[in-house]
Design a protein around this ligand. Structure first.
Ligand SMILES: [Zn+2]
Ligand SMILES: [Zn+2]
Length: 299
């Protein structure tokens, strides 16, 4: 099965299956994984990178997607390529002589998914080829709000499931923000309100209002992970609200409610260390994540 995702920004790992270069890997960024692997295997004159040109065939084995913008994904790509130059990854030790490049890159990305600022993002970890799938090292599993998915993914133009052009297409068009209770105005700085995706729920709120409401327990953070919908009272993941808002909700093959309990307990357990390691994160939200570029800036 191929999962279709719009507003796709992914960072992938290629594995070289050419016996002469066997075991080489390559990290790259793409908005269209199907086209990108074709370019790598066609050589640099047809859009492939010079590092992969003439050394194929390559297989795209793993992709991390769900970045809010191309800027966010490109910064992730850079850090995965240069872990020892990233001040976020000073705790990642160098590759040992016995460690294969593939294993090393998996170890690096496992650390990255648990490090700020990436650990706050609504990312999906996707194995594209079953035969390359590895378990993450014990203690280095991705945060529980990041689904680990299997199978191919396709980037589609962002029309399917996109938010309606006019409020008339929605059963109920709320006029007021469910958090601050102010009326929505045309041309507001905050833009289109966030809507809840639960059936029958008519909650709508300014992005900034809902973010602040979700962050009440985590005042040091800038990007919420989850919160209670002020309308239907369901616990919702911030990433799911944003995906719904941007019209790329088709990505959620993992039932977002099934892991809620485990996830909440992990957050509680990690509360202390998270806060301790987040001392330098405040000015970097916009910077590292490209949220402004994605049109979802938070105050
Ligand atoms: Zn509001
Ligand atoms: Zn709701």
């Amino acid at each position: 099965m191929v999962v279709e995702v719009s507003s796709f920004y992914g960072v992938y790992l290629l594995y070289c299956t050419n016996p002469r270069y066997h075991g080489r890997v390559y990290v790259g960024f793409t908005v269209n994984p199907e086209r990108r692997i074709g370019q790598h295997n066609a050589g640099k004159r047809r859009g492939g990178a010079w590092k992969t040109s003439g050394r194929g065939p390559w297989e795209m084995v793993l992709i991390i997607h769900g970045f809010p913008s191309d800027v966010a994904a490109l910064r992730f790509e850079w850090a995965w390529q240069h872990p020892h130059s990233s001040r976020r990854l000073t705790h990642v030790t160098r590759r040992t002589s016995r460690e294969r490049q593939f294993e090393f890159h998996l170890r690096v990305v496992a650390h990255m998914l648990r490090a700020t600022p990436w650990c706050r993002l609504p990312l999906t970890v996707r194995w594209l080829k079953q035969e390359y799938r590895r378990d993450f090292p014990p203690g280095l599993e991705p945060p529980l709000h990041m689904p680990v998915a299997f199978g191919q993914v396709r980037a589609v133009r962002g029309t399917k499931g996109a938010r309606p052009e006019s409020d008339e297409e929605l059963p109920v068009a709320p006029k007021r923000c469910s958090v601050c209770l102010k009326r929505f105005q045309d041309g507001e700085e905050d833009g289109t309100p966030l809507r809840c995706f639960h059936t029958g729920c008519s909650m709508a709120a300014h992005i900034t209002c809902l973010a602040q409401a979700f962050l009440q327990q985590e005042p040091d953070q800038f990007i919420p992970i989850e919160g209670q919908c002020p309308g239907c009272k369901n616990t919702v993941l911030w990433g799911d609200l944003i995906r719904h808002y941007k019209g790329c909700y088709g990505d959620l093959e993992a039932d977002p409610t099934s892991s809620q309990e485990h996830w909440a307990s992990e957050l509680n357990r990690e509360g202390v260390s998270r806060n301790a390691s987040n001392g330098d994160s405040s000015p970097l939200v916009e910077d590292d994540l490209g949220f402004l570029a994605a049109g979802t800036a938070l105050p």
